[in-house]
Design a protein around this ligand. Sequence first.
Ligand code: AP5
Length: 214
Amino acid sequence: MRLIFLGAPGSGKGTQSKLLIEKHEIPQLSTGDMLRKAVQDKTEVGILAKSFMDKGELVPDSVMAGVIKDRLQEDDCRNGFILDGFPRTTVQADTLGNLFEENNLKLDAVVYLEIDQAKLVKRLSGRRICSKCGTEYHLEFKIPQNSGRCDQDGEELLHRSDDHEDQIVKRLETYNEQTLPLVEYYSKKDLLKTIAAEGKMNEITQRIEDSLNL
Ligand code: AP5
């Protein structure tokens, strides 16, 4: 199963991918996570990406093409994957289409998580992430038992640097300008599954599974 999860920042791409990969034993390929790791490790890609990510802008397509090409060649991708956060431009979508063609791979569907953007600032500004294990919390929707500490390992919870209101507004603008056209792009290819991304997390997972006949 090869899927793309498409949607605005905070629409639930990461949350829903994680729930599905556990059940279906395929990896989640989050370009955001890959870039944050590169920033932390201060690699060449990370140093370049940081300036764009801090401003809520997209990392250049030429850089992202290399990142995704390398990741798709890894062994764990052989039986499928969920792409979370890639592609984000039509240039990236074309790059991905070419990679699939070269490797005789078939894209099964593009899951589009549709949501009222007015709700997203609250969702994103309340997100907190464990500095050690990466478990995600939310100050309102998934509250940790001990304020500021992870339930799993007691480590400090961090506020992502681009989850502050100014950057969230910029990320949404970037999304509307550069990523939203992919809805039409994949709709024309008859690959789009539009999912209402509001409500309880497990209800949304069920909607996705129903739409994919899983
Ligand atoms: P990335 O990390 O991909 O950020 P994003 O798309 O902005 O995605 P988020 O993780 O913020 O949102 P999400 O849709 O995954 O929602 P989530 O499930 O986490 O990218 C970061 C940056 O990297 C980009 O801005 C860009 O600079 C760069 N980048 C990445 N990929 C790139 C690419 N391909 N090209 C160029 N640049 C790239 O949920 C969010 C919150 O909501 C969580 O707190 C969660 O608990 C909560 N939540 C989720 N579902 C629900 C629900 N049903 N009810 C209540 N709360 C919910």
